[in-house]
Design a protein around this ligand. Structure first.
Ligand code: URA
Length: 235
């Protein structure tokens, strides 16, 4: 790839900022100053900006605590999208949400530009568990919780076995492995109830970072990224 792309991707600069830095001689490739913005480098090259090595970032992985009022899409004519919550400097990465949460659902949403990872995470064969916190309109009985676990008729299908954990009379955590349209809300309806608040707590083994306020986000750490790629990309 071109040196200006390497520098802008790796050092979170715009392309014009990276070109200026290169032309001013602030960029070294291996041990040489290179002023040619189109100089060809590979992802493994050692590139330095002002003496600091740049780690080239091809893929970006962001954990977002989605607030209500935002759609899980990359663009929408009427509503704000989850991408509107990110700093504009992320626009060059062409991020997209892995799966969808309803506009009134909060919680864990992964944003990435890694298509292979997203595809694998969303694949029904992978049986990835998604854990939701539900506040219900009415009290839920133990036998209704049992039914949610065994599978309920939501019209298009009987849901696959799920795991439920009671928190109090009107609140449960529910882990499902499918991702049918409005699945959790339809499951609650199937046992004669209604969801009044829904938050996704976890995606697979990944739990929402409790330090993230509604609407805030952070990059996954190197360990988290490595774990995710090991689980979903190397199978
Ligand atoms: N199930 C729902 O009903 N809504 C969501 O946003 C996610 C799962």
């Amino acid at each position: 790839m071109r040196l200006d792309k390497f520098v802008s991707d790796g050092a979170a600069m715009t392309r014009s900022e990276s070109r200026k830095a290169i032309k001013k001689g602030r960029v070294l490739v291996e041990n040489e100053i290179v002023k040619d913005i189109a100089f060809s480098v590979s992802e493994d090259c050692r590139v330095y900006l002002d003496g600091n090595e740049i780690a080239y970032k091809k893929f970006v992985y962001i954990m977002l605590n989605k607030p209500q009022g935002y759609v899980s899409a990359t663009e929408d004519k009427k509503q704000k999208t989850v991408l509107d919550l990110l700093d504009p400097s992320y626009s060059r990465y062409q991020l997209f949400p892995v799966g969808r949460l309803d506009i009134d659902t909060e919680g864990f949403l992964l944003l990435t530009n890694d298509g292979e990872l997203a595809h694998n995470m969303l694949s029904p064969n992978k049986n990835v568990g998604k854990t939701y916190f539900l506040r219900l309109e009415k009290q839920i009985t133990d036998s209704e919780i049992d039914n949610l676990e065994k599978g309920v008729d939501i019209g298009e299908c009987i849901t696959k076995p799920a795991k439920a954990e009671r928190i109090c009379e009107r609140e449960i955590n529910l882990t499902i492995t499918e991702g049918k349209f409005h699945q959790i809300k339809r499951m609650a309806k199937a046992v004669g109830n209604e969801v009044v608040y829904l938050k996704r707590l976890a995606y697979g083994n990944f739990y929402l970072d409790e330090a993230l306020e509604r609407g805030s986000y952070r990059s996954l750490t190197e360990e988290e990224t490595e774990y995710l790629c090991n689980v979903y990309k190397r199978k």
